[in-house]
Design a protein around this ligand. Structure first.
Ligand code: FMN
Length: 224
């Protein structure tokens, strides 16, 4: 399965099978997380067999069942943390999808107090991603139209439209889809976040999708 297939198939899954993530899957995920942490200085951690964070009224009310594993997105508490967590968290979400795991970004409906993670001095937990084997099927989310999230003078090239369509398939907090992709005269693309909860995390997520869909990197060096 390619990352583009994963973009098309992914849905937020909140009900999981009552079984641990296989040792092989844990190892593959850990390897990817280590690479990201080495490259970015983020402190992302995979937490397994720890259901406590989902044993709160909020999590139950939010529809979580058998959620016991998560990716804790931790990093240096700077203005750039949210977008970086969105970008690299979504890399892990789509990678997980390609190996048969399902996920749900969780910014609000979990207990931060009961969550297990390590934060060194100056670091903080941004949010988590629940992960496991899906025990439910979901429909695709309702979506805005491409014209509502793009600014282009004249006709947009195919690669740009492919990027925008991939971004519209991305998860966003409360499905707000508050972002805009702007095609500038020099051919470069600017992505802007709107106002709303976790909108900078959403921005990182949709940039990742745009890059996969369009085949172009938004940052000059490709490292975002
Ligand atoms: C930054 C972020 C925070 C989210 N927080 C929560 C949350 O606290 N609880 C929850 O159940 N879903 C949460 N979600 C999942 C969204 O509700 C979901 O992505 C959106 O409704 C679109 O549905 P889809 O992911 O199935 O396409 C979050 C998603 C994102 C991107």
């Amino acid at each position: 399965m390619t990352l583009m297939d994963a973009i098309r198939q992914r849905r937020s899954i909140r009900k999981f099978e009552d079984r641990p993530i296989s040792a092989e899957h844990v190892q593959t995920l850990e390897e990817r997380i280590t690479k990201i942490n080495e490259k970015t200085g983020l402190h992302i951690q995979l937490i397994t067999d720890r259901p406590e964070a989902f044993k709160s009224f909020l999590a139950h009310y939010g529809g979580f069942r058998n959620a016991a594993n998560y990716i804790a997105l931790v990093g240096k508490d700077t203005g750039a943390l949210d977008e970086a967590c969105g970008y690299y968290g979504e890399d892990l979400v789509l990678f997980a999808q390609t190996i048969g795991l399902s996920t749900c970004w969780v910014g609000g409906t979990f207990s931060k107090k009961k969550a297990f993670y390590e934060a060194k001095e100056g670091e903080k937990l941004c949010l988590i991603i629940a992960i496991g084997y899906a025990a439910e099927k979901k429909e695709a989310h309702k979506s805005k139209k491409p014209e509502q999230v793009m600014e282009v003078e004249g006709e947009a090239p195919q690669w740009f439209m492919d990027g925008v369509r991939a971004a519209l398939l991305a998860p966003t907090a409360i499905n707000q889809q508050k972002f805009t992709f702007i095609l500038k005269e020099d051919g470069s693309v600017e992505a802007k976040a709107g106002k709303g909860p976790f909108s900078q995390v959403d921005l990182g997520i949709v940039i990742y999708h745009f890059e996969i869909g369009s085949g172009r990197s938004l940052s000059e060096d490709g490292n975002n």
